[in-house]
Design a binder for this molecule. Structure first.
Ligand code: T4K
Length: 367
């Protein structure tokens, strides 16, 4: 058996991608908002059922530039239980992350704990739809409205999800998606921001393209965060196969659930009936006392059989070397505890059910 990694990029048939990019050998247009960029942007507007979307070079720049476009100051309330990109995007905007603890059931921000972290310096809330679990959007909106705060969702894990039939990109002032190779939908590297206010869109466009208005007019101090044509073409192809890929993920996800649900000491991610999921990740929370083994031991047992799980998200942001002198992990005890117990099992469209069974057998000690 070849190595099983935590995920594996979905790719369209080679011929389909070759056909999609072949026009570039005629027009020699490789980047700077070409035809493929426009086509993908249009397709995503309708697929995600959002009013506005801007494509970017990756999910991190989506976060970093939308925060910049909003011209925020002071403090941003967020959680440390995320990929480090979320925290870095705040700090790299000279803003201060204020860490709120998470809900132990779905790992997203605990909305009940937000209000007491608000100070006169708070300008925004940046919650994360961790593993595709949707944050408590109603409660977050109520708090944001009460205090006049912006809400920017890190929706890197929530591509194509719906809540009560509404596309996830419609909540808050903006939502940032990642189209990295490891995601449910990939453009190799890529990302996007869906947003409400058209002015944010104008600023984002400027920020991703050096602040260029036209060849002789530079009005902003922008960066370069454009999605190139090869990446956009990959997205166009992958989008055609998305439904099938999601279904295959669901089958693997359901098999894991069938096999691991109810095992003493292993807790699974609870799904909510009003959410249409994308089956991005399969995290398990391992209680060593109850299970008789900790997650590191499970990870090693799997690795001994060439199966590579990951500890998404360990360490939490506040425990990382670059932040640990500024923050105390004990301020977010649930996030800290989850980071000590979580193991994310392999999940991707082409993961066959026999391999899921093997992984479960190794975990439960049946092989
Ligand atoms: N916000 C959140 C909540 C995020 O999770 C992320 C990214 C972002 C923001 C930022 O979005 P981007 O700027 O990345 O678009 C991976 C991804 O690189 C990262 O995108 C993702 N989150 C994070 C959770 O996971 P690593 O360091 O674990 O990736 P790596 O290289 O170890 O890959 C994991 C496995 O994926 C490999 O073992 C095999 C497979 N793989 C990897 C690559 C690179 C493939 O099958 N194909 C590939 O090309 O971070």
């Amino acid at each position: 058996m070849s190595k099983i990694m935590v995920t594996r990029s979905s790719m369209p048939p080679k011929e389909e991608y070759m056909a999609e990019i072949s026009s570039m050998w005629e027009n020699h247009w490789l980047t700077n908002m070409g035809d493929k960029h426009k086509q993908l942007q249009e397709s995503l507007l309708s697929r995600l059922e959002v009013d506005n979307i801007e494509l970017l070079t990756n999910g991190h720049m989506a976060l970093e530039l939308v925060l910049q476009a909003m011209d925020l100051s002071g403090e941003v309330i967020t959680t440390p239980y995320t990929f480090i990109s979320t925290t870095h995007s705040i700090v790299r905007n000279n803003l201060k992350p204020v860490f709120c603890d998470i809900d132990p059931d779905d790992y997203t921000i605990d909305a009940e704990k937000i209000e007491k972290l608000i100070t006169p310096r708070t300008s925004a809330i940046l919650p994360v739809h961790v593993y595709g679990n949707i944050c408590n959007i109603g409660a977050i909106k109520a708090i944001a409205d009460k205090y006049g705060l912006k809400v920017i969702y890190d929706a890197a894990h929530a591509f194509d999800e719906k809540v009560d039939g509404i596309g996830v990109g419609n909540f808050g002032d903006a939502s940032c998606f990642s189209f990295h190779a490891t995601k449910v939908f990939n453009t190799i590297e890529g990302g996007a921001v869906s947003y409400k206010d058209e002015e944010i869109g104008n600023k984002l466009y400027q920020l991703k393209n050096f602040g260029i208005e036209d060849a002789e007019t530079i009005t902003g101090i922008g960066a370069n965060a454009k999605m190139n044509e090869f990446c956009a073409a990959m997205g166009i192809c992958n989008l055609r196969h998305l439904d099938g890929e999601k279904l295959k993920r669901k089958n693997a996800f359901d098999r894991y659930t069938e096999r691991l649900d109810g095992i003493k000491g292993i807790r699974l991610n609870k799904l909510k009936p009003n959410v249409e999921y994308n089956y991005a990740y399969f995290p398990i929370i391992v209680d060593p006392k109850e299970f008789g083994m900790d997650r590191n031991q499970i990870q090693k047992k799997l690795a001994d059989r060439d199966i590579f799980s990951r500890k998404y998200f360990y360490p939490i942001s506040s425990a990382c070397d670059c932040y640990k002198d500024t923050y105390d992990v004990n301020e977010t005890p649930i996030a800290y505890e989850m980071s000590q117990k979580v193991l994310t099992l392999p999940l991707y469209a082409d993961l066959d059910l026999d391999t899921v069974d093997l992984i479960c057998d190794i975990i439960t000690g049946d092989t």
